[in-house]
Ligand binder design. Structure first.
Ligand code: SF4
Length: 360
């Protein structure tokens, strides 16, 4: 798995991150101590980073508006930040007014069925495809299975845009969706001897292993994809949460309710031993009155959640507790997906991305 490296001890507070209480209230003695175990890796993955950059750079190069089909990534804060800069979010290409057909349209990181670029071409639209390269890789693996005469089983969540996009790479009826081990136990396929599977990139690693085992038990000749479908970012974030969650009184995952990988992190935290785990989009969603006797907090962020919100949440705890931050780092990520040629001539500055990364 890309990015996996030796674990760093969990309990080593970093000098720069040993946070002292805010002194503006002038009351340092009444605050309770709180240790925050901050997971790493967390937050933006290379695919999300690239997708946001594509919208930012398209607006810089072509001016506003730039249309974006579906939420570019599943995060309201990111979507609103891009709207402020001139992005217009739509669900279908038919929503682009006739007099804006010269405007670029960006496809989201989740990928799209083949019918969408075909529709864009038929409408004479200029499109920029921000599909994550690792989602495109799954598309290619599904197509390869089919080319080799296999019916494709896709393990994933019904209705998720990535699942819709992957199923839409092949003709209707060529892919069967399996969501659970129970589905795997009763799925009906055209030919039990000619099967291949792929998975959504953002699933629970443990749950997916169970589904694959169930499929292999029923269909011993089923073929795996040439490479792991669950992506490095999903795997790395789950591993870090597993390390950090045991013994925490509360585990917070920054992410949106429609973010698959963020929701999986909440489940992983609960299963790994957090007393309670919650998904929050902003610090304002934290149920402060219900936190009880909080001594240890786990904190991570889904692949579509900006670091600026992680900072906001730490600051919110600093305002209420005497906080020490410990890093729970289980991998270093160096992945970086290149932009399409059309946008390589536009300079991306730190200020361009400050609305999600903080600083300037
Ligand atoms: S979560 Fe994985 S597949 Fe999805 S955008 Fe990020 S790197 Fe790509």
């Amino acid at each position: 798995m890309a990015g996996a490296q030796a674990a760093v001890p969990l309990t080593a507070p970093l000098g720069g991150l040993h946070l002292r209480p805010m002194t503006d209230a002038g009351d340092m003695t009444s605050r309770d101590d709180l240790t925050i175990r901050l997971c790493g890796p967390r937050g933006f993955c290379a695919g999300v980073d690239r997708a946001i950059q594509i919208v930012v750079l398209a607006i810089k190069k072509y001016g506003a508006p730039v249309y974006v089909r579906h939420e570019i990534v599943h995060n309201r804060y990111v979507v609103e930040g891009l709207q402020e800069r001139g992005a217009v979010f739509i669900e279908e290409l038919s929503e682009i007014p006739d007099d804006h057909r010269d405007r670029p349209v960006v496809f989201s990181a989740h990928g799209v069925p083949q019918s969408v670029p075909a529709d864009a071409q038929a409408r004479n639209l200029f499109y920029l495809d921000a599909t994550c390269p690792l989602v495109s890789k799954v598309h290619k693996q599904a197509m390869r299975h089919q080319r080799l005469g296999r019916h494709v089983i896709l393990i994933g969540h019904a209705g998720h845009p990535e699942v819709i996009g992957t199923m839409g790479q092949l003709p209707e009826g060529a892919v069967t969706l399996v969501e659970t081990e129970e589905d795997a136990a009763c799925v009906i396929v055209p030919d039990e001897q000619e099967l291949g599977f792929v998975t959504q990139t953002t699933l629970s690693v443990d749950d997916t292993e169970g589904v694959i085992r169930a499929l292999e038990a029923r269909f011993p000749t089923i073929r795996a994809p040439a490479a792991e479908s669950i992506c490095y970012a999903t795997t790395n974030r789950q591993v870090a949460v597993k390390e950090a969650a045991p013994g925490t009184d509360l585990f917070l995952v920054v992410g949106a309710p429609n973010s698959s990988n963020s929701r999986r992190l909440v489940e992983v935290a609960e299963r790994a031993g957090a007393k309670r785990a919650l998904l929050v989009q902003r610090a304002s969603e934290i149920p402060w009155d219900e936190l009880g006797n909080l001594r240890t907090l786990g904190l991570s962020a889904g692949a579509s959640a900006p670091e600026i919100i992680v900072d906001e949440i730490i600051e919110a705890f600093r305002a209420r507790y005497d906080v020490t931050v410990e890093l729970a780092i289980t991998a270093e990520e160096t992945e970086n997906f290149p932009l399409m040629r059309d946008l390589r001539d536009v300079e991306l500055t730190r200020a361009d991305m400050a609305f999600v990364n903080g600083g300037a």
